[in-house]
Design a protein around this ligand. Sequence first.
Ligand code: CP
Length: 518
Amino acid sequence: MLSNMEGRSVCVVSDLSIPEQLSLYRRASEIKDQIQKGEFPPNDSSKCAYLMFLEDSTRTKESFRNAAETLGFRVNIFDATHSSISKSETLNDTVRMLCGYTPSMGSVFVIRSKTEGLCRSLADSMSEYANRVGLIPPTFINAGDGRHEHPTQEFLDEFTFLEQLGNRTDEIHIALVGDLLLGRTIHSKADGLRIFNKVTVDLIAPLELQLPDQYVNKMKKNGFKLNFFGSLDEYFGQPGQVAPILYFTRLQLERMDKSLLEKESQFRSATTLRMDMLKKLPQGAKIYHPLPRHGDTPEIPFEVDKTVFNGYDEQSRNGYFVRTALMQSVAADPKKPRISEIRPAPRTLQIDEQETTNVNPMFKHLASSNPNHNEAWIEIRLPSGKPSDVRKAITKMRVLSNTDILDGSCQVVGTRGSHTIPCALTKDENWLNFFFTLFADCDAKIIYQKSPNVFVRVTAEPPEIVRGLKGLCCPNTACVSHPDMKQRDVQPVFERMNGTGYKCRYCDRESRGDMFTI
Ligand code: CP
C-alpha cells in the first residue's frame, strides 16, 4: 500500500509526484501478479466506491467496478440518467448528499463527466464540508473530464509502456496519432511521460487536430523533443526513425464543431493505420489505443488484432490492475485519525508605495490644474503589446473597475510601449487587486497625488490566487466554473503560474487578460 497517498484526490496526472507514479506502477505490477495467480483476497470492507459516470464508458467504468470489488469495497453505482440532475440539481449538492450515505466509510468517488475540472471543484468543496460537519473527507478520482484530462488512463498507459520497455525509464520514443486537439488521453501525456528521463514525441495529426499550444508548451517545458507530422503517410515516408510505440486515438466526434465534422473523412485518411504500414515498424514495436475504436472505420484495422503489434488488448486489461492499485492507495482509512491538510495561505496582493518625483509632466499638469487626490497616472509597459490590445485591456479595466479613465489621453509609444493613462481613481484594495491581476505580467504602476506636491508610486507583486473579482470568468465554456455548465455554486478561481500568467484552478486553462469578461 502506498500509504502517503491515502485520502488524496487524483484530478490530473500531476496530482501524484513522479516517485508516487512510479511506486503506483510497482504496486500495480505486484497486484497483477497476485490476481493472475488467484492470490489477491478482498479484505477491505471499511471503504466504498461511488461510480458516477455522467458520460458513457465501458473500460473505465467496468475496470473501476471490478477493482473496487476485488478490494472488497462496497460498490455504489450512481444512476445518472434517472437522478435529480435532470431537475437542475448541481453536482455539488448531489455529491454532498451522497457523502452522507456512507458516513463511517472511506469513500472514493470515481467521476466521468463532460464538465472540465469537476473533480477538483468537488474535492475542494467536499473537503470543506466534511471537515465542517465531521465526516471523513471523500477522495475523488477523475475518470475523464471533457477534453481536459484522463489521469487513470494515463497511469495504465505508462504502466503498459514500462512493461514493453522492461521497466526502464531512461528514454521513450512515442508517436501520438489522431485527434490530438480534443483527446484527453493525449493531453494527460504532457505530464505522464515525465517518468522517463529522455522523451521524444512524434505528433501525427492534420493541422486542425494538432496538439493545442498549451500542451505543446508544457511538453517543451518538460524537456520533451517534439516532431510534427500531418499524416501517417508523411510519417512513414520521412527519413527519421519510426517510434517503437504508436499510440492511436479516435476522432472525438462528440466534441467537434461543424467545421471539423465536415472534414471527418479527410482526418480519417490521414490518421488511420493500413496493413501495408506495419512493415515500416521497428522490431518489437507495439500499437496502443485507449479504445473504443470506431467499428465502421477503425483507426487500427481489425487484422492487426492477431499480430504481434497488438498492444491494446493488454493495455486495456492493465486498466484493472492499475486502478486496483490506485483505489487501494488513495482510499482514506476511516479508522485512522484524520490530519487536516494545512496549506499555507496564498500570497495576497503585496503592494509597495514609494514617494517619487519622476512624474509624467502631462499628469503633473492635470493634477495641478485639478488637485484632486483621487487622480492617478497609470503606467503600463507591455512586452509586445499592440496599441489595439492595450486599448482593449484599458476598456476592460474601465468597465470592470468603474474607473473614469480619460481614454483619449492614452499615449502609446512603439510596440514596447509605455502606456500612460491619467484617470480618476478610488484607491481601494479591490481596485488594486483588479489592476495588478489584469496587468500582472506588465511593468504596471500607478502614480497618484497624495498632496499638492507629493506623488506616490504604487507597484505590486500580483496575487497568487484570484477570486471574487467582478468580471472574473474562465474562458473555457466547458469548465465547471463557467455559467454554461450550470454549476452555479462554483465560483471562478485562478492561480498564478510559475513564471507568467494565471491558470484556472479547475480546468487548467491558461489565461492572461481573457480571464475577465465585460
Ligand atoms: N479508454 C476509455 O476511457 O474507454 P471508455 O470510454 O470505454 O471508458
